[in-house]
Write a protein that binds this ligand. Structure first.
Ligand code: FMN
Length: 174
């Protein structure tokens, strides 16, 4: 797929088939992630691959927004983490750049995926719960949880109305 097509056709997918995601594909996705930009090229990432049903169930239930069933039904979730000691003050951005690369890489390969919040400054206890479920050390912060699998085509995607770029481009000054 052309890069711009990939960017423009990616959507959040929350329904998956039972088909497993092969380990080579998971490796490809992590390879996409580590090619992301990071502050002073610190590359502070760690990735936890979750396949175990019990862990998925705990992760799916911990969100204050309600049950994130897609974490349970996806064959895998990649939890994108950063070492906060390697990325002082920039670890959220560093986690998010890697996240977007995984989402785009997954779409390019024909997988579906969705961004689920891991760290949220207004609710830091969510990240602490993830830390305890996944046994993360103190310096490792979970930023996002990415349920990934082969998309179930029965999922009805809401039509997405994009904002008009003409209203948000400002030439030279606002
Ligand atoms: C910062 C952020 C947090 C999000 N958190 C969640 C989440 O916790 N659960 C979820 O199902 N989707 C989450 N999403 C996905 C958004 O709902 C989704 O990207 C948005 O509705 C636009 O749809 P699209 O991805 O299909 O373009 C999040 C996206 C972002 C960027």
């Amino acid at each position: 797929m052309e890069t711009i097509d990939c960017i423009k056709t990616r959507r959040s997918r929350r329904l998956f088939t039972d088909k497993e995601v092969p380990d080579e594909i998971i490796t490809t996705l992590i390879d996409c992630a580590v090619n992301a930009p990071s502050s002073i090229d610190c590359q502070p990432w760690h990735f936890v691959i979750v396949k175990n049903r019990e862990s998925k169930l705990k992760l799916a239930r911990l969100k204050e927004e309600g049950n994130q069933q897609h974490i349970l039904t996806a064959p895998i979730s990649i939890v994108v983490c950063v070492d906060i000691n390697k990325s002082p003050g920039r670890w959220i951005e560093d986690g998010v750049t890697a996240t977007e690369n995984i989402l785009l890489g997954a779409h390019d390969i024909g997988l579906g995926a969705v961004y689920v919040t891991g760290f949220k400054s207004s609710k830091p206890e969510v990240a602490e719960d993830i830390r305890s479920i996944l046994n993360l050390p103190e310096n490792i912060m979970p930023i996002t949880i990415l349920p990934i699998g082969y998309p179930d085509d029965s999922e009805k995607l809401e039509k997405k109305e994009l904002i008009d770029v003409n209203n948000i481009i400002h030439h030279e000054k606002w």
